[in-house]
Design a protein around this ligand. Structure first.
Ligand SMILES: O=C[C@H](O)[C@H](O)[C@H](O)COP(=O)(O)O
Length: 263
């Protein structure tokens, strides 16, 4: 059963024009990413802010919108990127000031994509291997806003994203960490291999990624803490209790907004 979208915001003309009668699911997803990215930047970024910027294909639209607003509105903002990928894009756009260090800044807002979002706003992140920087940046922000297309919407983790929970590990520890996870929590934690070279994916921090293909739904808060305690684990792609709001770009051209459930 798909979770309820808590509210829907209708789009103004500027956003509606982004739709060009997409012909298939991939095209629709691409348009949906753009809608979500624009909605987050328009609703959460203001002048004189420090903005954390996530990684992946969805965030690209948010970066483009940020650059557009900086140019048009002469915004004075500083961005803190979470990956090589996004810092290069921001440099190319050259409209946005970047800082590679968190030291001097309290972040006003961080915006990022996700691989899967459940009904409680628990996230799986790290499909692109940037989970550690993303979690650091999100944890330093007053507000953490997530953007996603409709395919990421899930009532329970694992229903949409089939590749498992990414876990960044120190290279020498990947075998024992993988064995410990399988023994304690079931499933299989598989070393992520590169597509265009012979060998594992190496993160921006020079570490490896294990993708933990879990077998059943867990208490994600407890599992996240337990996995982080295994020697050699740097960070997990489980983001529990961090997201304040998720914008879903929908197939019908609307943007769905989900806030955490009130307990
Ligand atoms: O490491 C990558 C990040 O966690 C991404 O934000 C996540 O994988 C979503 O990426 P995309 O927007 O390309 O689906």
């Amino acid at each position: 059963m798909r979770p309820v979208i808590f509210s829907q915001i209708s789009l103004d003309l500027k956003h509606t024009r982004l739709f060009r009668s997409p012909s298939n699911t991939d095209d629709m997803a691409e348009e949906a990413k753009k809608l979500a990215g624009y909605a987050a930047v328009d609703n959460h970024v203001q002048n004189n802010q420090v903005v954390g910027v996530g990684s992946g294909s969805t965030i690209v639209y948010a970066v483009d919108r940020l650059a557009e607003r900086v140019r048009q509105e002469k915004l004075n903002i500083v961005c803190v990127p979470t990956s090589f990928q996004v810092s290069v894009r921001m440099c190319l756009l050259s409209a946005v000031l970047c800082s590679s260090s968190l030291t001097p800044y309290q972040l006003d807002v961080a915006i990022d994509g996700a691989d899967e979002v459940d009904a409680a706003l628990t996230l799986i992140k790290g499909g692109g291997g940037c989970l550690t920087q993303e979690k650091i940046v999100a944890s330093c922000a007053k507000h953490f806003i997530v953007i996603a297309d409709f395919r990421k919407d899930s009532s329970a983790l694992g229903q949409q994203w089939k590749k498992g929970v990414p876990i960044e590990v120190i290279p020498m520890a990947y075998v024992p960490v993988s064995r410990t996870i399988a023994k304690r929590f079931g499933g299989e934690a598989v070393l992520r291999m590169a597509v265009s070279k012979a060998g594992p994916v190496v993160t921006d921090n020079s570490n490896f990624i294990l993708d933990w293909k879990f077998e059943h739904i867990h208490n994600w808060k407890e599992v996240n803490i337990a996995i982080k305690m295994i020697p050699g684990v740097v960070e997990t792609g489980l983001f529990v209790g961090m997201a304040e709001r998720v914008y879903f770009g929908m197939e019908d051209g609307n943007v769905g907004v989900r806030d955490p459930p009130v307990n």
